[in-house]
Design a protein around this ligand. Sequence first.
Ligand SMILES: *Cc1c(COP(=O)(O)O)cnc(C)c1O
Ligand code: SF4
Length: 339
Amino acid sequence: MSSLISLTQAQPVADWRSAMGDLVTQAKDLCAALALTPEALGWSDEAMQAFPLRVPRAFVARMRVGDAKDPLLLQVLAGAQEMQTSDGFSADPTGETGTANPHPGILHKYSGRVLLIVTGSCAIHCRYCFRRHFPYADNQNSRSEWPAALAYIANDSSISEVILSGGDPLVAGDSQLAELVSLIGAIGHVRRLRVHTRLPIVIPSRVTQGLLEALRHPRLQSVMVVHSNHANEIDDEVAEAFSRLRTAGITLFNQSVLLKGVNDSADALVALSERLFAAGALPYYLHQLDRVQGAAHFEVSAEHSRALQREIAARLPGYLVPQLVQDVAGAPSKMPLTH
Ligand SMILES: *Cc1c(COP(=O)(O)O)cnc(C)c1O
Ligand code: SF4
């Protein structure tokens, strides 16, 4: 089938659902897919028990065969370093429990916008994830909890933007999302709907006609922030998914996490920005790693991060330079990484 046909026809839901279920969860299956020996790959069963290995084959397909240092592979492989404890790394580095979590399923840290946790599930497990220890069981926000979460938003007229997050909110089905969007749209003071998701990167077939219709609302402006860390993640199928989102009137941004061994070079960051723009998305944030337990081996020093930022700023037009930020517990916004 040509890509032209897949662009103009709604894809059957079974496509993305089956891609979601077509998973690699065993390290030995990664070895087989990438033609690597167990010695070359190296992993920790203990780390995999703490946070399971989970990566769709659609994403594995973009890893380089035979390369144990592949930047996509390193994002999902559970290594022994994860079991080391490191000073300053905690289970809740961004202060998401307590006052920022006023209601199950709601995170309200910043003025004017709230984050609504649609589901705790993700299509992929990223080893650096700052929510890997988040108490999702208390924040399931199943359909039955929506009315109370939406009442919280309706009762605070300072909230003009609702951010669907997770987990990955696009793990939810189109009809569930359509219902949620219409409930949010019924709150008069909400003007913008934002979706933070990695699914258009991991499984681009998730961007179905049904999804675009679910996110459409006559009154709300729509923004999507996708999450990609490396240019190799963005193949032609991802670019086609971006194009469908943009054609539907959705403003598209990307956020990345600066990760040692994955994208901690000016070349990698420049290539990512260039590739994103070619595919139709603007770089938004480049996050300094949140200091979550088990992710210390990904940390890039603040000094090196700033040096990388200066180098990419010298090589790219200003609109392709993401803001280098840090999530500081208790701060009124994401904080620029300053000296
Ligand atoms: C990061 C975040 C946001 C979004 O911040 P922006 O600067 O608007 O992108 C909103 N709420 C919470 C709880 C966040 O962690
Ligand atoms: S929340 Fe985002 S970063 Fe964390 S595991 Fe899910 S997709 Fe990955």
